[in-house]
Design a protein around this ligand. Structure first.
Ligand code: CP
Length: 326
């Protein structure tokens, strides 16, 4: 399996067939087993990946850095702000040059709608090594693959008839990217989940993404619906994934989006809301979470929360994506 998708970019889960994603999940599970049992798995000896960040990170950076080390390779951390990218060096030049020094380029560029995904695709056009999306404005395919892995560990592979509630939640910390809820609504229908998306009217997601999610649900024969009521979304859900995001048109004025969000401080995942979901429902969040705003401590630290398993699976899925493509 290792190297089976050598050279293939991973910019959106939409770019990979279901079989390719299944392969990534299978390899992630195998890598997890080996990691847990201290079995060496140096599948990428002497390979270099460049990790370029336009935004902050804890899980993504460290899962890739630890992951490539465990695979026998090495990562270079590049902060866009302290590289020549900040002086306007083109994606073409960056892509050609970095790909001539190593074996893969991973990028996080998630803060401005319309920019990150386009930047990655431009790098990918010129780089002759795989480009991996560590979160852009449109998708966070490393996160959603780890989420799917986690869901299948808990509920098994056959998810048909199960429902995930992807809901907006209030957070005062910052205007969070749209890419996690967007990635979830695109990916989860392909693997059999019914999806309910809930948000206040101002917090819509990108039109193209909604169309893709609808098409994926139609093709898979599952449900996709949008509501403006967090309680309604939670009713009978097997999985709840409440998190905050910003307003597409206001990412250049984030304080305005945060002001609008203040109308919706009651969009919090608390124990009352968890009772609306199924008794065995799980609580998920990509983290970092705004505790006390997006979610109460009682829920995120409670028995239904799987956030640490989810975060751990970021390591195994990141390694699988690198091992398949590099
Ligand atoms: N979930 C996630 O991508 O975490 P970081 O922002 O810490 O990388």
């Amino acid at each position: 399996m290792v190297g089976a998708l050598k050279g293939k970019d991973y910019i959106s889960t939409q770019d990979w067939s279901k079989d390719e994603l299944e392969m990534a999940l299978e390899l992630s599970a195998e890598l997890k087993r080996m990691f847990k049992n201290d079995i060496p798995h140096r599948y990428l000896p002497d390979k270099t990946i460049f990790l370029m960040f336009f935004d902050k990170s804890t899980r993504t950076r460290n899962s890739f850095e630890a992951g490539i080390t465990q695979l026998g390779g090495h990562a270079h951390f590049i902060e866009a702000a302290t590289s020549q990218v900040a002086h306007g060096e083109s994606a073409k030049d960056t892509g050609i040059i970095l790909s001539s020094y190593g074996h893969g380029i991973a990028i996080r560029h998630d803060l401005v709608p319309g920019e990150g995904n386009a930047y990655m695709r431009e790098i990918a056009k010129w780089a002759d090594k795989p480009v991996i999306n560590m979160q852009c404005d449109v998708d966070h395919p490393c996160q959603t693959l780890a989420d799917l892995m986690t869901i299948r560990e808990i509920f098994g592979k056959d998810l048909r008839g199960r429902k995930i509630a992807v809901s907006w939640a209030y957070a005062p910390s910052y205007a969070k990217p749209l890419s996690v809820p967007q990635g979830l609504i695109m990916l989860m229908p392909r693997f059999g989940l019914d999806v309910v998306l809930a948000h206040p009217p101002e917090f819509t997601l990108m039109d193209e993404v909604l169309k893709t999610a609808e098409a994926n649900a139609r093709e898979a024969g599952v449900k996709f619906e949008i509501v403006d009521d967090m309680d309604a979304a939670f009713e009978g859900a097997d999985i709840v994934y409440p998190k905050s995001w910003g307003i597409e048109a206001l990412f250049h004025k984030p304080e305005e989006a945060l002001r609008i969000a203040e109308q919706y401080t009651d969009w919090i995942c608390d124990e009352r809301r968890m009772k609306l979901a199924k008794q065995e429902a799980i609580y998920m969040h990509c983290l970092p979470a705004d505790r006390g705003n997006e979610v109460t401590d009682a829920v995120i630290d409670g028995p239904q929360s799987v956030v640490y398993q989810e975060a751990e699976n970021r390591l195994h899925t990141a390694k699988a994506i690198m091992a398949l493509t590099m």
